[in-house]
Ligand binder design. Structure first.
Ligand SMILES: C[S@@+](CC[C@H](N)C(=O)[O-])C[C@H]1O[C@@H](n2cnc3c(N)ncnc32)[C@H](O)[C@@H]1O
Length: 378
């Protein structure tokens, strides 16, 4: 009775849904690859697996439970499950079977991935196994990437790699399928860049939201490590900053920064300073209400220049740093002292006040990525 694009559904009243679901699952009669259907009329339809005896299922159900008069059968169009993990497993298993590889899909399927628009980035660990190496070197590997992309609803697939230990913090993504250029919207902002050349810290999403939720109305801000606009865009689009001086050295990031600013309609509120920020910041003295210092493991290289970039009336710094958990309190105290000393040295007369310490994420075991919000004012 089942065709490739249609399936039989057992329809019951929603109040019996949990009970019937359990019964069907026990018998192995529930089709896991098709979505259950809820209807406005208060019924729920369970897709039946091919080995379910469709003709007898209603009688069977009536005899095992008292659901009289509420059970019926419907033939309906199959709608694939929305669970991408399931879809991915199935796509991989089909490819393995078709290509005669005696491997389990689980050995090739990552438990998680990162989606940047139309590109899915798989974690590096998945690519280090023997099973992966076998699949990777298979003559039909391309069709596996295609099947995985279709299952994840993307057109490109890549594998994550550690961020390069270079000035640019370059991405070293290995592309398996499709283009590495991405364009996507995050929290109402468009980002567009080449993911094979530029890293995007999806893990910093809470920090991007936090920065976007601050009130920067009318402020002039210096973003010392602008990247592709990770913080520049939230500061302009959501926090209300009037103008951002965006410093960036990586040509690939600069291209993304400018394209993203155009796409977000904020290009006129952003001055891009291309090249080493220690040079650019020297020409930005006494102009800023706020400086954002978003480099890991440390932004110390621009602490002094950012202090000098603040207006004589002072301002706020957002200082990113990787700090060992047990040293965080000491680091905060030391940083306050350091800025007050620098301020004295440059006759700025600023006091440093800790506004907030954000623990963004674990960077490594026992090492936290933190952001210290420091207010400096006379
Ligand atoms: C870690 S990325 C930015 C990531 C972003 N802050 C985040 O947390 O998602 C740091 C950026 O700073 C840039 N950068 C590093 N050193 C720089 C320097 N001396 N001058 C200007 N930009 C620099 C890199 O090219 C890179 O785009």
């Amino acid at each position: 009775m089942e065709t490739t694009d249609s399936t039989m559904f057992l329809v019951v009243k929603s109040e019996h849904g949990q009970h019937v679901h359990g019964l069907l699952k026990n018998e192995g009669w529930l089709e896991a690859e098709v979505e259950t259907r809820r209807s406005d009329d208060g019924t729920i339809g369970f897709p039946l697996a091919s080995l379910c005896p469709v003709e007898g299922v209603v009688n069977w159900l009536n005899s095992t439970s008292s659901l009289e008069g509420v059970v019926e059968m419907h033939q309906g169009v199959r709608r694939p499950t929305v669970d991408p993990h399931r879809r991915l497993h199935k796509a991989i298993q089909t490819w393995l079977d078709e290509n005669g590889l005696a491997l389990e899909a689980i050995t090739l399927a990552p438990a998680k991935w990162e989606k940047l628009g139309d590109l899915a980035l798989l974690p590096r660990q998945v690519s280090t196994t023997e099973a992966w190496k076998k699949a990777r070197s298979h003559e039909h590997a391309e069709s596996l990437w295609g099947a995985m992309a279709a299952a994840l609803n993307v057109s490109a697939i890549g594998v994550q790699a550690p961020i390069a230990d270079d000035t640019f913090r370059s991405s070293q993504v290995e592309m398996l399928l499709g283009p590495s250029e991405v364009c996507f919207t995050d929290h109402g902002m468009t980002y567009t860049f080449d993911a094979a050349k530029v890293m995007f810290s999806s893990g910093n999403i809470t920090e991007r939201r936090r920065i976007g939720n601050l009130d920067m109305s009318g402020e002039v801000v210096v973003d010392a490590y602008a990247g592709v606009g990770y913080y520049t865009f939230p500061m302009l689009v959501h926090a209300g900053a009037a103008h951002v001086h965006a410093c960036e050295i990586n040509p690939a990031s600069l291209a993304g920064l400018k394209a993203g600013a155009e796409a977000n309609g904020i290009r006129h509120q952003m001055t891009v300073h291309e090249g080493d920020n220690t040079v650019s910041l020297a020409s930005l003295q006494g102009i800023a209400d706020r400086c954002h210092l978003g480099l890991l493991p440390s932004s110390e290289a621009v602490w002094e220049a950012s202090l000098l970039a603040l207006k004589p009336t002072g301002g706020i710094l957002h200082i990113h740093m990787n700090v060992e958990e047990e040293n965080i309190e000491d680091w905060v105290k030391d940083t306050v002292v350091r800025f007050e000393q620098m301020s004295q040295h440059h006759q700025r007369g600023f006091n440093a006040e800790v506004l907030h310490l954000e623990r963004v994420k674990w960077f490594a075991p026992r090492v936290r990525h933190v952001v210290l919000d420091l207010r400096l004012r006379p």
